[in-house]
Design a binder for this molecule. Structure first.
Ligand code: GLY
Ligand code: MN
Ligand code: MN
Length: 454
């Protein structure tokens, strides 16, 4: 019998917290993600809906949480029935009784009874929290349930049960990490950092991007991570100019840089680290100039993260810092004040060379939940986790820029926990200083001996 990944008491505590923020007499309905077909009858690896895991710890597909605080049985899980034939093919399922016991919920039912039972369970509720527009098929199912509820309400004059979005509600809990979560984040960041170091050591010209990608997966899984937290980016040379480069299939070229953006997911918490360095282990003059500039901006941004700071402040600081660097190296020319004109960053001159923001909340999702306001002016609070990730991206085709800088994409990304008086850099052990990088790069390139055809 498999065991829950994390002590179920943690999830009970989270549901108790959530109950305090829900409208009186309301219910929450959360559905697991559907399985996605990869090809014919083969599925993509399954990963639970983050909110579902956050509130239950339950990892199986075809499951639904119904949470009605204050009712006789506040927490109900609908799950797959035990099915020995299916288990022969797919392995262990907790089943109805097993899930109740292992996840310490009030009641469990077979998932195929959802549409019959759910309307009766929520008919007297004041509202239902459910997050629409993630999966069409699930919305259809819930619409069917709501139609039944209205029918059950008959001529009471109550009409439809009001629907509210559960995503921001749960997001507000997720955005402040408890001590337990902070430790999980530290673990995810430590695993991610260590794996990045192994990639630095294994990097050399001639290796394919996909080989380094494979090595990252090996290194994180070896350290207990279940999977990557998002699609790893291993981008040599000009590939790094594509912000979310996906191909990871080119050979690494002597004299070019490599950008690796990769994070380990550990117990449903992810790291999100980017490091950039020369493939042959030695920064050229132009690479050094740009890298030192981005590093200075990045370190100043890290220093600025504390309670009260906003992403808006940090974005403005990044715009100024990158503009200064671009002026210094001669990629931008003209009046600093003019170059920084514009209501949004997208209107400023530097944005052509860094068309993304300074960072984002980080947690169970790489771009984690939590409101930050449209203008990103929400003050940071202790317990929040975020990334700081300025970059500069100069296309090989940009003939407006001196040839020595073309085909270089640099991003330096760390993961921070906001503390009461500043921040803790959870990825500080992942090297980013030039000397440290130069002494590490290629120091274990023997790893490929006999395994790579040049
Ligand atoms: N790895 C995606 C990001 O940094 O936002
Ligand atoms: Mn990021
Ligand atoms: Mn990243």
């Amino acid at each position: 019998m498999r065991k829950p990944l994390v002590d179920p008491k943690i999830f009970q505590k989270r549901r108790d917290q959530l109950a305090k923020t829900m409208q009186d007499g309301s219910a929450l309905v959360l559905m697991s993600h559907p399985e996605m077909i990869r090809n014919y009858d083969v599925h993509h690896p399954y990963r639970q809906n983050t909110d579902m895991f956050y509130l239950t710890g339950f990892e199986e597909s075809q499951s639904v949480l119904v949470f009605i605080p204050g009712s006789e049985n506040p927490t109900t899980l609908f799950v797959k029935k035990k099915d020995p034939t299916m288990e022969t093919w797919e392995g262990f399922h907790f089943g109805v009784d097993g899930a109740k016991e292992a996840f310490q919920v009030d009641q469990t039912f077979p998932i195929d009874e959802l549409e019959e039972r759910l309307p009766k369970m929520i008919v007297d509720c004041s509202a239902v929290y459910y997050s629409q527009n993630h999966h069409y098929g699930q919305d259809e199912k819930i619409n069917g349930v709501l139609r039944k509820v209205r029918a059950l309400r008959g001529r009471s004059g109550e009409g439809n049960i009001p629907l509210m979005d559960s995503y921001p509600l749960i997001g507000e809990l997720r955005v402040i990490k408890s001590e337990f979560e902070q430790n999980e984040m530290r673990s995810a960041c430590k695993i991610s950092s260590e794996a990045h170091i192994e990639l630095m050591r294994a990097t050399r010209p001639g290796i394919n991007e996909r080989a380094l990608h494979g090595l990252f997966i090996k290194e994180i899984k070896q350290r207990g991570a279940a999977r990557e937290g998002y699609g790893t980016i291993v981008a040599g040379g000009n590939n790094a100019v594509t912000l979310h480069y996906v191909f990871n299939d080119c050979d690494l070229v002597d004299g070019e840089m490599i950008l690796i953006d990769a994070g380990a997911e550990y117990h449903y918490y992810t790291g999100d680290i980017t490091r950039t360095y020369p493939i042959n282990g030695e920064f050229s003059a132009a690479q050094r100039k740009l890298y030192e500039g981005v590093l200075k901006v990045q370190k100043n941004l890290v220093d600025a993260v504390k309670p009260g700071t906003t992403f808006k402040d940090l974005n403005e600081q990044m715009a100024e810092g990158l503009t200064d660097i671009l002026l210094e190296v001669g990629i931008l020319k003209g009046d600093r004040k003019k170059l920084l004109e514009g209501k949004t960053n997208a209107e400023k001159a530097y944005f052509k060379f860094c068309p993304h923001g300074v960072g984002h909340f980080l947690g169970s999702d790489v771009h984690d939940a939590g409101k930050s306001k449209k203008d990103r002016s929400r003050p940071l609070e202790a317990g929040m986790c975020l990334t700081i990730e300025p970059g500069l991206y100069i296309s090989k085709d940009d003939t407006d820029v001196a040839a020595e800088f073309r085909g270089i994409g640099i991003r330096i990304e760390d993961n921070l926990l906001v503390t009461p008086d500043g921040n803790e850099n959870m990825t500080a052990k992942c090297p980013k200083e030039i000397d440290d990088l130069e002494s590490l790069i290629g120091s274990n390139s023997d790893i490929w001996a006999g395994a790579v055809t040049e």
